[in-house]
Design a binder for this molecule. Structure first.
Ligand code: ADP
Ligand code: ZN
Length: 611
């Protein structure tokens, strides 16, 4: 709620208070404001003494009047003395009667309810704060849409600002043509989808693309997040949806962008959000609105989600969000282009090769890459540089990829040695196995939550892997723990992540990719089982208890096999393992190439001894 609203409520209360006071004193006759209050017995005595000039009965418990000296007075009649009028008559004092002045009803309400209103107001403010609501709206505009509008003149984003998503751009080209001139399209009788769903990981540029469509077509851009619809008051979400579409209709042709569609559009009746009526109403309103225009009006609704799997199927029916655009994470080429786009804004030395950075950032989203450039600029500024070099970008990549270095974290000597053997174990196994990603760096400088890290530099982005590569990955994952076990005969908790990763890979190999010799090419359980959120986990399991046990058994065997393989590799090359650890303890970070060198030296030594 806006500060103004609070102020208005507060001043209304203060005003009411004073008004009430006035009416309270207004019970007295006018001009008699300064009357003195008399004790009833004194009053009676004054009457008896002939001191009272006149009296006026107000209601049935108050007497006001003047003394012979012209002074005003008032007194209250006790309930046990109804005979006062007779008493005054007795002394021949003129009396008149006026009914009690009562407060108007609205003041009464304000006085009685004001404090509650105030408390309610404060509570509202607090609730908003807690929800992180950005202010805006206020008590009187809760039901109104808070869609943000960007005018065509302010929209600077075009397709040139988006890279690495060529297919999506192609898909959207037609939409741009339509928005530029809906009438032309209408004449040609072209059918244009009115609802488009973009799905993809966070930061892949969904919002950016939607903006670019508006920018290319030169139409207004309305945006709102699905989570903005879901409020604490029932009915608010639905009315906001209605309002947003109303705004759209008044400004067509235009784009309405709904981010986080899954926040309103999660499938109904799955127990997500505990059967939330408000969300369901909002979703229904959205469906009604989507059905309510025919797409020829020049409104295109673009929704984004990173959980297309949880969307209510009703949303995806023809006439609603029936066009589906998937926005993938960028590949090497795409990453390089995105880096170029964002690097334009910083000063660089001549000839920085962005392809090197692109190669070392698999899995980075567009937003991550933007962040990388930003970190490089911040780091450079801290070191008083005027131009950024490749090293700055590499440093920034490591920082973004592995979290900030925590050099200050104190590690005991024993912990450090443990970590060194663990990381050396991963690295050595990896270096010994053919068909595995080259090692980029091994470090025992703690980063983020990890004590140490071995980073790889995949040559290209693989989208499918063969059995050998996957099996090697499992062996490498087991390598860290295996080294600790060989050397210290005990393992630390640092290996839990590795075990998790190995287990996941094995389960996928058996259950999804049909790579197990004993089971063959068969898929156990449907995909849903792997990305459950709110869905009944057991429901999709389509195999028996017996099969489940067999799968468990197979997984145990596979883990054991790889664990032993890793240990054998390490035992056979234990000298190199010690050597790597020695260097790691001293330098803390070593390059992947150095490990290969150590290996080569060791092998030539063996050859010269043997031969
Ligand atoms: P999403 O909506 O998918 O979560 P955004 O569009 O909000 O992602 O992306 C956040 C920022 O990251 C964008 O403003 C842009 O600067 C950058 N970005 C993301 N993807 C790309 C891309 N493909 N090309 C250029 N910049 C990108
Ligand atoms: Zn590890």
């Amino acid at each position: 709620m806006k500060r103004e609203t609070v102020l208005i409520i507060l001043s209304m209360l203060v005003l009411a208070f004073f008004l009430a006071k006035m009416f309270d004193s207004g019970k007295m006759s006018s001009g008699n404001r300064r009357s003195q209050e008399l004790i009833y017995s004194d009053f009676k005595a004054l009457v008896a003494a002939g001191e009272i000039a006149n009296a006026q009965l107000v209601g049935d418990s108050l007497i006001e009047g003047f003394t012979q000296d012209g002074l005003g007075f008032r007194t209250y009649i006790p309930a046990e003395d109804p005979s006062v009028i007779d008493y005054l008559r007795l002394y021949q004092i003129p009396i008149n009667y006026v009914p009690e002045k009562t407060m108007p009803w609205y003041l009464n309400i304000l006085i009685n309810w004001g404090p509650f209103l105030l408390i309610f107001g404060i509570w509202l403010v607090l609730m908003r704060r807690m929800q992180g609501g950005s202010g805006g709206g206020g008590l009187f505009s809760i039901g109104r849409s808070r869609a943000k509008k960007v005018e065509p003149s302010e929209m600077k984003i075009t397709f040139d600002d988006v890279a690495g998503v060529e297919e999506a751009k192609d898909d959207l080209g037609e939409t741009v043509e339509f928005l530029k001139d809906p009438a032309k399209f209408r004449k040609l009788g072209g059918r244009i989808p009115k609802g488009m769903l973009m799905s993809g990981s966070p930061g892949t540029g969904k919002t950016l693309l939607a903006k670019a469509v508006a920018g290319e077509a030169g139409v207004p851009f309305f945006s709102m997040s699905g989570s903005d619809f879901v409020e604490m008051f029932v009915g608010v979400g639905a009315s906001r949806v209605r309002d947003m579409f109303e705004q759209g209709r008044q400004n067509s042709p235009c784009i309405i962008f709904i981010d986080e569609l899954d926040a309103v559009g999660g499938s109904r009746g799955t127990g997500m959000g505990g059967g939330n009526d408000e969300r369901e109403q909002t979703l229904n309103q959205l469906l009604v609105e989507m059905d309510g225009f025919d797409g020829m009006e020049g409104i295109i609704v673009i929704a984004a989600t990173n959980r297309p799997d949880v969307l209510d199927p009703a949303l995806l029916r023809p006439g609603r969000f029936d066009r589906h655009v998937t926005i993938p994470l960028p590949d090497v080429k795409g990453r390089e282009e995105i880096l170029h786009i964002h690097a334009k804004k910083v000063q660089m030395v001549e000839g920085v090769d962005m392809s090197i950075i692109a190669r070392g950032t698999p899995g980075f989203s567009g937003a991550d890459l933007k962040n990388l450039i930003n970190e490089a600029a911040l780091g450079g500024a801290r070191n008083n540089k005027t131009e950024l070099s490749l090293a700055d970008f590499e440093w920034a990549r490591d920082k973004v990829m592995m979290g900030t270095e925590r050099r200050s974290m104190v590690m005991s000597e024993k912990e450090k040695r443990n970590t060194a053997y663990h990381e050396a174990g991963h690295a050595l196994v990896s270096a010994l196995l053919p068909k595995s990603d080259p090692i980029h760096k091994v470090t025992i400088v703690p980063r983020g939550r990890a004590l140490g890290l071995t980073a790889y530099l995949p040559e290209n982005d693989n989208h499918s892997y063969d059995i050998e590569y996957l099996s090697n990955r499992i062996t490498i994952a087991m390598g860290g723990r295996a080294a600790e076990e060989i050397i210290f005969d005990e393992v630390t908790t640092g290996a839990s992540n590795d075990i998790q990763q190995a287990t996941d890979t094995i389960r996928n190999m058996i259950c999804r990719w049909g790579m197990s010799k004993s089971f063959g090419p068969i898929v156990f359980g449907s995909d849903n089982q792997f990305n459950v959120l709110g869905r009944d986990i057991g429901k999709d399991r389509e195999y028996s208890e017996k099969t489940a046990t067999e799968i468990d058994e197979e997984m145990r065997k596979t883990i054991k096999y790889h664990d032993e393989k890793a240990k054998k590799l390490l035992r056979d090359n234990i000298d190199v393992l010690h050597k790597i650890v020695e260097v790691l303890m001293k330098e803390e970070t070593i390059e992947g190439s150095y490990i290969n060198e150590l290996l080569k030296q060791d092998q030539s030594k063996v050859e010269s001894v043997g031969g």
